[in-house]
Design a protein around this ligand. Structure first.
Ligand code: 8DG
Length: 137
């Protein structure tokens, strides 16, 4: 069965993107990812995003546009990773479930070791920024 996973792309007001490091002892430990998680049965993508970011980071967000979903299999069954732009309405992110959080410029994003399924999402996000003329931040 295809598992749907939502991933939130959060920018700060200087254009940096929030990256989160997966904790030790978990699948893909130490890799960087976007905050989010599995969409529960009967739950909308937007509702899953709002719930996961509240649970993981203690922030309230408004879901925005989605980027292109990525289908991937780490050998544990197929997943569909759904990237969603989102706006923080309230709160400041705190690493409740992650090893570390980092606000990253494009250069910093490229220096991290990402979960493989996130690579196409990062490429799309960087292309989107370039097309808006925001590539230098
Ligand atoms: N949340 C999130 N998960 C991601 C990303 N990229 C990526 O490949 N994944 C994968 C890791 C897991 O295989 C799957 C779901 O992640 P999860 O954090 O909700 O679940 P988990 O690893 O706690 O799963 P499990 O140990 O309970 O089986 O999606 C990402 O950017 N964010």
């Amino acid at each position: 069965m295809l598992l749907h996973v939502v991933a939130g792309l959060i920018q700060d007001d200087t254009g940096r993107l929030l990256a989160c490091q997966r904790p030790a002892g978990k699948h893909l430990a130490g890799k960087w990812e976007f905050p989010g998680g599995k969409v529960e049965e009967g739950e909308s993508i937007d509702a899953a995003l709002v719930r996961e970011l509240d649970e993981e980071l203690g922030i309230q967000v408004a879901p925005g546009a989605s980027l292109t979903p990525v289908d991937h299999d780490y050998g544990r069954g197929p997943i569909r990773l759904i990237p969603m732009l989102c706006q923080v309405i309230s709160g400041t992110p705190v690493a409740r479930e992650h090893e570390a959080l980092r606000w990253c410029s494009v250069a910093e994003l490229e220096s991290l070791e990402w979960a493989e399924a996130d690579l196409p999402i990062l490429a799309e996000w960087c292309a989107l920024r370039r097309s808006r003329g925001e590539e230098t931040a």
